[in-house]
Design a protein around this ligand. Structure first.
Ligand SMILES: Nc1ncnc2c1ncn2[C@@H]1O[C@H](COP(=O)(O)OP(=O)(O)O)[C@@H](O)[C@H]1O
Ligand SMILES: [Mg+2]
Length: 585
């Protein structure tokens, strides 16, 4: 796996390297001064043993120990602040970048990836990275420095031979540590994947709870959940298993080091090669090696997990949107509402059949185009192309003569107000939902849009009116209320082009009539594209396009299509009969 790009983590580490260096220097100081404690202890013992030390001598050594303790305290504060603080900053920056990147990804990406997966990048994976660039760096550095310093002192202050003996277990540790790190990284990635699946399952079940209940599928859901949960457990256990083996082994190696120190050091002392004080000193040094050895194991674990998390994040960051601004976009800042589709054909991917076939339409500023057709006939697909959620491959779409691909994306989308078929409301107040694209809108403007969308009176009936919360923490809107709130949101945007994708399907015909009437006034001189099922919705449109399995089957005005006696006329006829039946009931 070769990656040419520098990645998103490295630049942050470089940027914060001065702070890291300060932190590491403080850490180094702490490690360094700490070493004096065994030395002073050795001096006290030797002094007592040889009766060369008196009361004031002991006191002055004690003072030195206290001083060392204070330096230790200060150093600890500095490194914690510098390194842990930086790790949090890096995490925050990466999370922002990841989110910004997700915002650039096309519809296609969201269609192909699960929400749970995306969520786990933001939580678990980023956290693993933070642990690696914070605590794990500290531990690794600390352990290495401490080990080197202790070894140095052991060599210079006690005995080279004895030190070399104690190095044997450490060599074993290094070899094991390397393989351990690789294995754990691998297993950790699998665990994160399993976690993402779990998260995804919960997310989907919660969203689909009503369907689950309605179809009495609780038991099946529970069983399926147990399975996902079990997979997560197995994957986690795989990680734990290997660390459960590695950690005790580390402790065992530490034990061996002690044994070596006591047996061989004891022997040297017995034969008089070493003073008792040095023997004590040496054992104290071994004691200060225990922590670094164990800590190195922890650091290897954390860093490997961080690498795994970073790799996963990279899988997202490496995705680039195929829908981007052209290299030299046309200098357009506003659209007039003129739209032209020229022989547009489209399929969602190469191996799927075409969902639109040779569609050509032209809409002039201020005109209304209606698109009709059975479900699955490609109406929403057409909107996906008009809003450039997907790119056209055959034929072309242009606004005011500019090819859609040459219009800066933000200009295109700012100039189109779009009510998607699955209109989405945020867990915010109604006012916030309506002014979503237009945050500085005044209350009057919001109300005017809401009135035009015929939702104002409904809103005034809610206890907190426009401040009523929507969604999980507030009211549940009916389908029709949601549609009308979404229409209000789009109307408030007041763009030259408005697209309503089946946005009146959940309102009754009277309400529909009122909204259409309001639209005439509100959208005077502006272009509208209205996708609908009801003939009543579209009868006043300037052009009606009837799609039949992606093929533009009929095109014309209401009268023309009625006269044609085709799909449109038969739909009109059927709906008329339905109306009459309703009326006579
Ligand atoms: N993101 C997508 N990927 C693949 N196929 C899709 C996607 N969205 C819609 N389709 C398919 O394209 C066809 C037209 O869908 P759509 O445009 O939503 O129809 P309509 O809005 O007229 O009901 C359907 O067969 C649908 O299954
Ligand atoms: Mg649709």
């Amino acid at each position: 796996m070769k990656r040419k790009k520098p990645g998103i983590l490295t630049p942050h580490l470089i940027r914060y390297s001065p702070v890291y260096l300060i932190g590491l220097a403080a850490l180094f100081m702490v490690d360094y001064v700490q070493l004096y404690i065994p030395q002073y202890m050795g001096e006290v013992v030797d002094g007592l043993d040889a009766h060369t030390i008196d009361g004031p001598g002991i006191w002055s050594l004690c003072l030195k120990i206290i001083l060392v303790g204070l330096l230790h305290l200060l150093g600890r504060f500095v490194w914690r602040y510098c390194i842990f603080g930086t790790a949090r900053k890096v995490e925050r920056r990466m999370r922002n970048q990841l989110f910004q990147h997700l915002e650039t990804l096309p519809q296609r990406y969201y269609h192909e990836h699960k929400t749970g997966d995306l969520m786990s990048y933001f939580t678990n994976d980023l956290e693993a990275v933070r642990m690696a660039v914070g605590p794990a760096i500290v531990t690794a550095f600390d352990a290495t420095v401490l080990t080197v310093l202790v070894l140095y002192r052991m060599i210079t202050h006690v005995s080279l031979t004895l030190t070399l003996y104690t190095l044997i277990p450490m060599a074993v540790l290094a070899v094991f540590g390397y393989y351990y790190g690789k294995t754990i990284e691998n297993r950790y990635r699998k665990m994160q994947k399993a976690f993402a699946n779990l998260q995804d399952y919960v997310q989907e079940s919660v969203s689909g709870e009503r369907v689950v209940k309605a179809f009495v599928q609780e038991e099946k859901q529970k069983a399926a959940f147990a399975e996902v949960n079990e997979a997560k457990r197995a994957a986690s256990l795989n990680v734990v298993k290997i660390s459960a083996f590695f950690m005790p082994m580390l402790q065992f190696l530490v034990g061996i080091t002690y044994v070596i120190a006591i047996v061989i050091g004891g022997y040297f002392t017995m034969i008089g090669d070493m003073t008792l004080g040095k023997f004590v000193m040496f054992n104290a040094y071994i004691g200060s090696l225990v922590w670094p050895m164990l800590a190195l194991g922890d650091a290897i674990t954390s860093i490997s997990q961080g690498i795994a998390g970073n790799r996963r994040i990279h899988e997202v960051m490496d995705e680039i949107s195929e829908i981007q601004d052209a290299e030299a976009p046309d200098a357009v800042t506003a659209l007039s509402g003129q739209i032209r589709l020229d022989d547009v054909s489209f399929s969602y991917s190469e191996n799927l059949p075409e969902k639109l076939k040779h569609v050509s339409v032209e809409v002039k500023p201020g005109e209304t185009l209606a698109v009709m057709g059975r479900t699955g006939s490609g109406k929403t697909t057409l909107v996906n192309l008009l809003t450039r959620l997907y790119d056209v491959e055959h034929g072309s779409i242009s606004y005011d003569g500019h090819d859609i691909k040459n219009i800066p994306l933000h200009v295109l989308r700012e100039n189109i107000a779009y009510v998607p078929q699955d209109n989405f409301m945020f867990s915010q107040t109604l006012a916030e939902n309506i002014s979503f694209g237009h945050l500085d809108a005044s209350q009057e403007e919001i109300e005017r849009a809401a009135m035009a969308a015929d939702i104002h009176e409904n809103i005034m009936d809610f206890p907190e009116k426009y401040q009523t919360m929507v969604g999980e923490r507030g009211v549940t809107l009916s389908g029709g209320q949601k549609q009308r709130s979404s229409i209000a949101r789009a109307l408030l945007k007041d763009s030259p082009i408005l697209i309503l994708d089946d946005s009146l399907s959940a309102v009754d015909t009277d309400t529909e009539e009122r909204i259409l009437e309001n639209l005439k006034e509100y959208r005077k001189g502006k272009t509208n594209i209205i996708i609908a099922h009801r003939v009543s919705t579209v009868q006043n449109a300037d052009h009606i396009l009837v799609l039949d399995e992606g093929v533009p089957a009929e095109y014309g005005t209401h009268e023309e299509l009625m006269a044609l006696g085709g799909i449109f006329a038969s739909m009109a006829h059927k709906q008329q009969l339905e109306q009459q039946l309703l009326a006579t009931e």
